[in-house]
Design a protein. Structure first.
Length: 147
C-alpha cells in the first residue's frame, strides 16, 4: 500500500517542481511510470520503520505517513535527476527523523483496524502481551536437599 498518491506530490511541492521531477518526455504531463515506483519505494522505506511497532500491512492508511512518503519520494526522484535542493534534503531528513520516532514508539500512528474490537486499546498497534510465569521449577531447594 502506498501512503501517498501523485497528486499529493503536486499539492505539497507545486506544479513546476512536480513536472520537473515527473515529466521525463517533456510533454507537460507527469509520467505515472516514473511516479508509481518512487512512491512505492518511499512506502517500502516507511514500512521498514513502521514495521518495528506495527503489524504490516497496516489495516488503514494513516494520514501522518502521507507527508513523509511524499518527501522521501521527491528526494529520491530529485537525486536520480540531479535536481536536489537543500529544502528537499532537509525534508527528507525530517521525514526519516519522524519515522525513527515512530519506530521507537515516541509517535503513535492513527491506525484504524475495521476488524478490531473497539474495546481493545492495543488494536492495530502490534502490541504483544506481557507473559509471566512458565512451567514448574525442576530444581528447587527442597528437591535438591533430598538428593
Amino acid at each position: 500500500m502506498s501512503y501517498a498518491v501523485p497528486s499529493d506530490i503536486r499539492d505539497a511541492w507545486g506544479e513546476r517542481i512536480f513536472l520537473a521531477l515527473a515529466d521525463e518526455d517533456a510533454d507537460g504531463q507527469a509520467d505515472a511510470a516514473r511516479l508509481a515506483p518512487a512512491l512505492a519505494a518511499a512506502s517500502a522505506e516507511i514500512d521498514g520503520y513502521v514495521g518495528a511497532r506495527h503489524r504490516l500491512p497496516l489495516p488503514s492508511r494513516p494520514e501522518q505517513l502521507r507527508r513523509p512518503c511524499v518527501d522521501i519520494a521527491v528526494y529520491r526522484l530529485a537525486t536520480n535527476g540531479s535536481l536536489v535542493t537543500e529544502e528537499m534534503r532537509q525534508r527528507y531528513e525530517d521525514a526519516v527523523a519522524f519515522l525513527d520516532k515512530v519506530a521507537k514508539g515516541m509517535v503513535v500512528l492513527d491506525v484504524v483496524d475495521p476488524n478490531a474490537d473497539p474495546e481493545d486499546a492495543t488494536a492495530g498497534q502490534g502490541a504483544r502481551p506481557i507473559v509471566s510465569g512458565g512451567p514448574e521449577r525442576i530444581f528447587t531447594r527442597q528437591g535438591m536437599s533430598e538428593l
